[in-house]
Design a protein. Structure first.
Length: 454
């Protein structure tokens, strides 16, 4: 009886160890104002950082409002430095790494000369000469940056503004980035998931993939009556009926920073296509000045963008939690593989179990859906998209043709091996009589290299 009791005690003790938290991720987004030094949650956050270990902290973009870090000598440089310094001071007691991710405001609010502002912010972080503070991705690249946090937890950092930025950015064959095109980003991302199958992968970026805030089409009633207040709080000019047109436009079409915009939607769908193959994946973001937790197709979507300001949000759709409170988020990862999420303001607002990492969806299941559909709709390239003025001076030059959506057939290699069915020989496949035999590094330049079967 004594031996049995001892065995039960040992089993219970081992189980309790497995259920202990092994790592925490703290998420703060859109904290780029000086008043971050006075936020109500400051004491709670700093107390957790002092008593907690091990952990990492992520600032999820829009680290410097309103337009990033200008060059030295600019009249706004000193103020901008104070803003990012306030965030460094907020977590100065950190015992773990602190990652800064760029947002659209850090790219000079998406303006043509936004790239130097990203590089300025990276250089400023480096000037601290403190290895805890790091800026990713580097060189204005989109990522993905893979960072192992534990032997079972991997952080992936991506700059989503890179996808939405229509101006100068590192891309193409001369780019110093590993991902030279948008397609490369998703190939590399899937490669990370594939190599870390069975581990917990957290993807961190600025823009949410699912949102029920202002960028997701939700707006305050006052903006329907006083729409100019959204641009300037002092413009208290009533414009009933007409004022509802702008929120309606954002909900249906959106500007490029809204979920409804075609470019944004294409980016979000591409991320989802990868994430949904790996149940239990976590995607964390800012952008919306809210706290949100949504679950769709076994993927967990977090928004933690109310680091210093808040905005309207609704709990609907896939949302299990939505709040306009100013606050932060903590992810907890246990030794047994389980995970939890907690949202905080001056106190805990919401807590939920995320659960274990599930087995990857079989490729056969994904492929079968495409086979049954028989075709897939894909978007061409936006590389040659230009303004009206640009087109007027340099001509249309088939820009519309390059950017059009096309429908292509799904070719089942299992049922129709190459070379056997000349009737199904779309131009995207090698000519009949050739067989793909290998894949090259990350599919950057050539996807499949055919050789003669002879």
């Amino acid at each position: 009886m004594i031996r049995l009791s001892g065995l039960l005690f040992f089993v219970g003790f081992a189980a309790s160890l497995q259920a202990q938290d092994s790592f925490h991720l703290y998420l703060l987004g859109d904290a780029g104002e000086e008043k971050v030094s006075q936020v109500a949650y400051r004491q709670l956050l700093q107390e957790q950082l002092r008593n907690d270990t091990p952990y990492a902290i992520i600032f999820l973009g829009d680290n410097i409002y309103p337009r990033g870090l200008p060059p030295a000598g600019d009249k706004h440089r000193e103020e901008s430095e104070r803003i990012i310094q306030a965030q460094v001071d907020l977590v100065s007691s950190s015992k773990g790494p602190v990652y800064f991710i760029p947002g659209n405001h850090d790219w000079k609010q998406g303006r043509p000369d936004g790239l130097p502002y990203i590089l300025n912010q990276k250089a400023w972080i480096d000037s601290l000469k403190d290895s805890r503070f790091q800026f990713f991705p580097q060189q204005g690249c989109p990522g993905p940056e893979e960072i192992p946090l534990t032997d079972q937890l991997v952080l992936v950092i991506i700059d989503t503004q890179w996808f939405l930025h229509a101006w100068e950015k590192p891309e193409g064959e001369n780019s110093p980035c590993a991902a030279k095109t948008a397609a490369d980003v998703f190939v590399l991302l899937e490669d990370i998931f594939r190599r870390n199958e069975g581990k917990r992968v957290v993807v961190a970026a600025h823009h949410p993939l699912i949102s029920y805030g202002e960028h997701g089409g939700v707006s305050k009633l006052k903006y329907h009556l006083f729409p100019l207040m959204e641009a300037n709080k002092a413009l208290f000019i009533p414009m009933p009926v007409v004022g509802s047109l702008y929120p309606l436009y954002r909900n249906v079409f959106g500007n490029i920073q809204d979920v409804a915009h075609p470019t944004y939607k294409q980016m979000a769908n591409s991320f989802k296509d990868v994430l949904e193959q790996y149940p239990g994946s976590i995607y964390v973001s800012g952008h919306e000045h809210t706290l949100q937790y949504s679950v769709r197709d076994s993927v967990h979507y977090l928004v933690s963008g109310s680091g210093v300001k808040n905005s309207e949000v609704k709990k609907k759709g896939y949302a299990q939690f939505a709040s306009s409170e100013i606050g932060f988020t903590r992810l907890s990862f246990q030794q047994n593989g389980n995970a939890f999420v907690d949202f905080y303001s001056t106190d805990k607002l919401f807590s939920s179990e995320i659960g274990m990492v599930a087995a990857k969806k079989k490729d056969d299941e994904v492929a079968q859906k495409l086979i049954e559909k028989g075709e897939v709709r894909v978007h061409g390239s936006d590389r040659y998209k230009a303004s009206k003025a640009h087109e007027r001076w340099l001509g249309e030059n088939y820009r519309a043709e390059w950017g059009q959506d096309i429908t292509v057939p799904v070719f089942d290699l299992g049922e129709n091996p190459l070379g056997q069915h000349r009737a199904i020989d779309p131009p995207c496949l090698p000519r009949a009589g050739k067989a793909p035999v290998e894949r090259r590094a990350h599919l950057r330049s050539r996807e499949d290299l055919p050789r003669d079967r002879i």
